[in-house]
Write a protein that binds this ligand. Structure first.
Ligand code: NAD
Ligand code: ZN
Length: 346
C-alpha cells in the first residue's frame, strides 16, 4: 500500500510502498478514510518524534478515521466496516489518567513507547493503519470518516482547551483566538456552541480572518502590526480585557500579544508549539491569570466532539488530497497557503 513516511529529521516526507500490516493479538486494522494534515506534522518532520519507542522511519498522520477492517485474537465487539475515529494519543491504558479516558495525560508517558500513530509509530497517511487496542476507536455513527478525521485533533484539541476554561466564559466575557487555521477555525465554532462570550479572531491572513467572521467571530483583527492589534482588541474588550486567550501559534509575537490581552483572573492557554517563551513572574501577568499548556483531549471528549459534528453544530472546512499529494500539501502548509484542514484520502 502507499504511505507517506517520515524518513529522518529535516528530510522531506516520502511516498513509499509498504506492506499492509497484519493485526496481532489485541490489535485492530483500520482501513483509512481520511488523515488530516496538522501543523504538528511539520514539527515532527523538523524535530522527529520523541516517544521512547519511536521507529527510525514511520508513516505520518495522527488525525485519522476509517472503517474497521480486521482484528487480532482477543478483540471483541467490533464489526467489519464499522466507521471509527482513531483516538490519537496512545497512553499506557492502565494509569489513573488513562482509566478515566485522559490518555493525553498518561502518567507513564515517559516510560511507555506508544507515542501514537504518526508520532514515532505508523500513522494513518496510508491505506491501512494498525491500532494497538479497540479502546482507542471511537464510533462515528453517521459521520463520513473522510470528513470526521480532523475532528480527532483539529476539533478535539481546542474543545479540550475551551472546556477547561468554561467557568470563565460567561456571556459578558471576551475570548481571543490567535491563529484561525486548522485548529483555530474549529475553536471559533466550538466557542459559538459552548458559551455566549464574544469572540475575537486574530491571524496574519485576511482570508482566514474573513472565514472566522463567517463562522461567528465578533471581531477579526490582523496582527501584522502587533501594537495596533493589541490596542484594537483592548478597546473592543474594555477594561476586563479577555477572560481567555487561546494561542494556536505559540510564536514569540503571538505570546507577546496574548500577554497584553488577558485580564485579571483570566486564562492564557498556549496550544501552538511555535517555540516562543513566556516570561513568568508575579508581575508579568495580570493578577489571577493562569497559564495553561493543554495537550490534545480525552477519549470521552472525542465522543462529545463527534456528537457536535453529528448534530451539525460544527463543521470542518476540509479540502481533500491523495497520499501522493502529501509532500506538496505539507510544503503548502509551511508556506502558509493552506486554508481550513487538508485531508489525505487513500
Ligand atoms: P495551521 O497552519 O493550520 O494554522 C496556523 C494559523 O496561524 C494560520 O491561520 C496562520 O496564518 C496563523 N499564524 C501563523 N503565524 C501567525 C502569527 N505570527 N500571528 C497570527 N497568526 C499566525 O496550524 P494548526 O494545524 O491549526 O496547528 C496550530 C498549532 O497547534 C501548531 O503549532 C500545532 O503544532 C499545534 N498543535 C498543538 C496541539 C496540542 O495538543 N497542544 C495539537 C495539535 C496542534
Ligand atoms: Zn497511562
Amino acid at each position: 500500500m502507499k504511505a507517506l513516511r517520515f524518513v529522518g529529521v529535516g528530510l522531506p516526507p516520502v511516498v513509499e510502498d509498504v506492506p499492509v500490516p497484519v493485526p496481532g493479538p489485541g490489535e485492530v486494522l483500520v482501513r483509512i478514510g481520511g488523515a488530516g494534515v496538522c501543523h504538528s506534522d511539520l514539527h515532527v518532520l523538523d524535530h522527529g518524534a520523541q516517544g521512547a519507542g519511536s521507529k527510525p522511519a514511520f508513516t505520518l498522520g495522527h488525525e485519522n478515521a476509517g472503517w474497521v477492517a480486521a482484528w487480532g485474537s482477543g478483540v471483541q465487539g467490533l464489526r467489519e466496516g464499522d466507521p471509527v475515529a482513531v483516538y490519537g494519543y496512545w497512553g499506557c491504558g492502565h494509569c489513573r489518567a488513562c482509566q478515566s479516558s485522559m490518555e493525553n495525560y498518561c502518567e507513564n508517558a515517559d516510560a511507555v513507547p506508544q507515542a501514537g500513530g504518526g508520532f514515532g509509530l505508523d500513522g494513518g497517511m496510508a491505506e491501512y493503519m494498525l491500532v494497538p487496542s479497540p479502546r482507542l476507536l471511537v464510533p462515528l455513527g453517521t459521520l463520513d470518516p473522510r470528513e470526521a478525521a480532523p475532528l480527532t485533533d483539529a476539533a478535539l484539541t481546542p474543545y479540550h482547551a475551551i472546556k477547561r476554561a468554561l467557568p470563565l466564559l460567561t456571556p459578558d466575557a471576551n475570548v481571543v483566538v490567535i491563529g484561525v487555521g486548522g485548529l483555530g477555525h474549529m475553536a471559533v465554532q466550538l466557542l459559538r456552541v459552548m458559551c455566549g462570550s464574544r469572540i475575537v479572531a486574530v491571524d496574519l491572513d485576511d482570508g482566514r480572518l474573513e472565514h472566522a467572521r463567517q463562522l461567528g467571530a465578533d471581531l477579526v483583527v490582523n496582527s501584522r502590526n502587533g501594537a495596533q492589534a493589541a490596542e484594537t482588541i483592548r478597546t473592543f474588550c474594555g477594561p476586563r480585557r479577555a477572560a481567555l486567550v487561546l494561542d494556536f501559534v505559540g510564536l514569540q509575537p503571538t505570546l507577546d500579544l496574548a500577554v497584553q490581552l488577558v485580564g485579571r483572573n483570566s486564562q492564557l492557554t498556549v496550544v501552538g508549539v511555535g517555540g516562543g517563551v513566556l516570561q513568568l513572574s508575579q508581575m508579568t501577568l495580570p493578577f489571577g491569570c493562569s497559564v495553561s499548556t493543554p495537550l490534545w483531549g480525552s477519549r470521552a471528549e472525542l465522543l462529545e466532539v463527534i456528537a457536535l459534528a453529528q448534530y451539525g453544530r460544527i463543521h470542518v472546512d476540509a479540502h481533500y488530497f491523495s497520499i501522493e499529494d502529501g509532500p506538496r500539501v505539507l510544503q503548502d502548509m509551511r508556506a502558509g497557503k493552506v486554508h481550513g484542514r487538508s485531508v489525505l484520502v487513500p
